[in-house]
Design a protein around this ligand. Sequence first.
Ligand SMILES: Cc1cc2nc3c(=O)[nH]c(=O)nc-3n(C[C@H](O)[C@H](O)[C@H](O)COP(=O)(O)OP(=O)(O)OC[C@H]3O[C@@H](n4cnc5c(N)ncnc54)[C@H](O)[C@@H]3O)c2cc1C
Ligand code: SF4
Length: 293
Amino acid sequence: MLRLPSFTYLQPRTLGEAVAMKVDAGPDGMFVAGGTDLYPNMKRRHQDPKVVVTLMGIPELRRVSTPLLRNMGTLGGNLCLDTRCNYYNQTYEWRKAIDFCMKKDGHICWVAPSSPRCWAVSSSDVAPVMVALGAEYVLVGPGGERVVPADRFYHNDGINYLTKQPDEALAAVRLPPADGWDAVYHKLRRRGSFDFPVLGVAAWVKWERGRVVQARIVLGGVASWPQEIPEAGAVLAGTDLSDEAITAAADAAYRPAKPMDNTDFDLSWRKQMTRVYVTRVLAELRQRRRAGK
Ligand SMILES: Cc1cc2nc3c(=O)[nH]c(=O)nc-3n(C[C@H](O)[C@H](O)[C@H](O)COP(=O)(O)OP(=O)(O)OC[C@H]3O[C@@H](n4cnc5c(N)ncnc54)[C@H](O)[C@@H]3O)c2cc1C
Ligand code: SF4
């Protein structure tokens, strides 16, 4: 059985106290919310904080918990989720047997051995949706509060996958006002029950008088960040999501989608499924529009 290493568990009562504790802990400290990602990672020695500062029980953050993920998982934890890779999400002993990799304890990337960077995959279901919606994140850190657009919160780097400072906590998510937009998310995964996405497609469109005036298509599970495909959104503008427009957007999304061979399923099949899933989300948006939903 995998066991947690020993660590100090701090229970702040306010967000300010949490940030101060995290600053005191320095690089040895980490925030935890539901712990559904961090604790398994600590058991596999992916992350080894000596001090864990819990965000549960802080009144300001209660609204960031989501009933969708039920019980322990939180929205904040989901949006800050560690990137994933078949060579990384393994036990310490398994990783030691291959001499580790550059994301933790090693020097090489086993997915792309000549690569100077890590290609671990953004596997959050909600992050691509937030980028597609144009959401904003409220961060609270030692210097106070700041607001960043969701698309600027992520880096396309498997190790440094967030742009936020280590001591900043994600305190709130702001969605744009509902003024004629609609959005849909579909994910490809092996199991019908809970499972990480190996491809996620979030589509957002803004309608005006029966026409799309703006659209965003964002892919999850194909890069180290939620990957927006501006070309796919651009071809939808001015259309009523005709079959031709949907096919053009699916083709535009297919070309830059470059999944790596480090998650479930064959990578060339996952790439082909980009076209299928983009088609499906856009067809659903059109159907909802026609049904007046
Ligand atoms: C079996 C299993 C299946 C899963 N399936 C999915 C899935 O299908 N889709 C999916 O998206 N996720 C999935 N997850 C991952 C995870 O459970 C969820 O993403 C969950 O929402 C994470 O929230 P948490 O509060 O438990 O995160 P934690 O484990 O507490 O934290 C995750 C990371 O975020 C940081 N963090 C947490 N909250 C904050 C905050 N407010 N500010 C700054 N940093 C913060 C932590 O330091 C840590 O690095 C799965 C996990 C498991 C174990
Ligand atoms: S992509 Fe490469 S460096 Fe990153 S976790 Fe996988 S094997 Fe390690």
